[in-house]
Design a protein around this ligand. Structure first.
Ligand SMILES: NC(=O)C1=CN([C@@H]2O[C@H](COP(=O)(O)OP(=O)(O)OC[C@H]3O[C@@H](n4cnc5c(N)ncnc54)[C@H](O)[C@@H]3O)[C@@H](O)[C@H]2O)C=CC1
Ligand SMILES: C[N+](C)(C)CC(=O)CC(=O)[O-]
Length: 485
């Protein structure tokens, strides 16, 4: 059954939550008194639609239904998750809980996006504090998986468990923070960097652009994949963390930072920062900057996916959860769907459509899936045998663009002996985009020479090939590159 999330406050963060829930198949009900809320959320959801589905190598659930409501009482109807993302003002947040708890389900999770308030501060005079937990996300919520999950003393442990389950199911990484502190973990770290950056501008040492360059050409890249401690462990050389601390620990007592001192945010400093930021980035609109940010994040995240590391490993686990266990379909009277996915942003090229290399990647993924369905899984490969592709013929029939959901249907032309002869058709709906004919040979990973597959794999392939032999020979099968005239 489709689940429902209520979004209370649909600004930058509420819009991001709405987009993530929606694209993960939830119905989303929004309450925000601003007349601009529907337009703004529409724009955030449009950004999410072009970026999020391509992070996954399998098809996401069908998108849920987005609706806007005039009252909070209406918005929370049927919601099992309620996310409060109203402005960072404690009396306002407390008032919101009072109103929504009069109308929401008692077993719904109420998450707060608060960047800085502790859950016990939010609990204040709530009717049922046990329902309320801090769920602090990062912008853009639809791409970044981290959510700091901070239960308060009065939060029910069952709510924390349910919150973890739901956040994991929508592709997030709930980081359970056991102690309540102002600004949780990440904003405490970010604020230290932000404070130093303000000093550097105030003192005329660096501009906004120079500070951003210092981050994005250097340690920002490192932090995307290993964080602070693993990075510094490596920086200690072979002696690791102990040597690193010996060498750089004393610097903490030197005047490298301005510590807790904050520059006065007077008009002069605010004008200086805003003017420098305009000079640095003013040529692009916020929406253009968002799209550039999203393109870059998708590329980084997909790179981490290939390494099965950090946030990329999380995405791979999510894909496996969605795809389920590979089993041959009962009905073999038609080709097998071996790939169903959205085209990622980084698969397109200077012609504005999917690059030719990615057709091979999609067909390669289809062959991998067929191998898995036949029983050639990680254990089989670790046992010393696999398939190598010996020959490929791709026909490019129609263009395909980022975000389009494609499907590859695979017909097994032959599966006897050492050969696996596959014919893949790539489609978007009924539109044929490409075909790929592939000959794979079963090999011993020890000798690197052809050998017979196991009896189990052989039988599975034979079963499919026999059933598929009743299908018409696919158009284009057995063709070489055509030369007309
Ligand atoms: N902007 C950011 O980078 C991040 C913000 N947060 C947190 O998310 C929360 C929201 O922040 P933003 O989205 O940035 O603010 P925002 O100003 O973009 O959005 C707030 C939205 O709440 C609406 N609103 C005001 N009163 C309301 C009410 N009584 N009921 C329902 N909606 C109401 C406003 O119309 C507005 O659309 C804050 O607690 C903030 O600390 C968390 C992570 C990052
Ligand atoms: C600036 N901020 C405190 C609202 C930032 C956050 O809370 C998280 C983020 O996305 O950086």
């Amino acid at each position: 059954m489709t689940q429902t999330a209520a979004i209370i406050g649909g600004g930058v963060i509420g819009g991001g939550w709405a987009a993530r829930f929606l694209l993960m198949g939830w119905d989303v009900r929004v309450f925000d008194p601003s007349p601009d809320a529907a337009r703004k959320i529409g724009e955030v959801v449009a950004n999410a639609r072009r970026s999020l589905p391509g992070l996954s190598d399998v098809a996401l659930p069908s998108e849920g239904n987005l609706s806007f409501h005039d009252t909070m009482s209406d918005a929370v109807q049927g919601a099992s998750w309620i996310q409060e993302s109203v402005p960072e003002r404690l009396p306002l947040k407390r008032k919101v809980y009072q109103v929504l708890q009069e109308h929401c389900a008692h077993d719904a999770v109420i998450g707060s996006s608060t960047s800085g308030f502790k859950p016990s501060e939010l609990h204040g005079c709530a009717t049922r504090p046990e329902q309320i937990v801090v769920a602090h996300p990062f912008n853009p919520v639809y791409l970044l998986p981290l959510v700091e999950l901070v239960p308060g003393e009065k939060t029910s442990p069952a709510v924390t468990v349910k919150a973890k389950e739901i956040l994991t199911a929508i592709g997030m990484h709930p980081l359970h923070i056991k102690a309540e502190i102002d600004a949780h973990i990440a904003d405490r770290l970010l604020e230290a960097v932000w404070r130093e950056a303000l000093w550097l501008i105030n003192d005329g040492i660096a501009t906004t652009e120079e500070i951003d360059d210092a981050i994005r050409y250097g340690f920002g890249l490192r932090w995307a994949q290993m964080g602070l401690f693993e990075t510094y462990r490596i920086a200690g050389g072979e002696a690791g963390m102990r040597h690193f601390i010996e060498q750089f620990g004393p610097c903490l007592e030197w005047p490298w930072t301005k510590l807790m001192d904050v520059p006065e945010l007077n008009d002069t400093l605010i004008d200086k920062i805003a003017d420098q930021s305009d000079a640095q980035s003013g040529a692009m609109s916020i929406r253009e900057l968002e799209r550039t940010r999203d393109d870059n994040l998708v590329t980084i995240l997909r790179g981490l996916k290939a390494q099965d590391w950090g946030a990329g490993a999380l995405l791979n686990t999510q894909d496996q959860r969605i795809a389920g266990k590979p089993v041959l379909p009962d009905d073999l009277s038609k080709p097998i769907v071996t790939v169903e996915r959205a085209i990622p942003l980084d698969w397109t090229d200077y012609n504005g459509h999917m690059n030719e290399a990615r057709y091979l990647q999609a067909f390669g993924d289809a062959s991998d899936r067929m191998m898995l369905l036949a029983g050639v899984d990680a254990d089989y490969i670790a046992g010393g045998a696999s398939y190598f592709t010996a020959e490929t013929h791709i026909r490019h029939i129609d263009e395909v663009h980022a975000g389009t959901v494609i499907r590859v249907e695979t017909q097994v032309l032959s599966g006897s002996g050492k050969k696996m002869h596959l014919f893949h058709r790539m489609l978007a709906g009924d539109r044929e985009l490409a075909t790929g004919e592939h000959m794979l040979i079963h090999v011993s990973l020890e000798t690197r020479r052809a050998c017979e597959p196991s009896a189990k794999v052989s039988a599975a392939l034979q079963q499919v090939a026999t059933a598929h032999a009743a299908l018409p020979k696919p158009h284009g099968a057995g063709k070489s590159v055509g030369v007309k005239g």
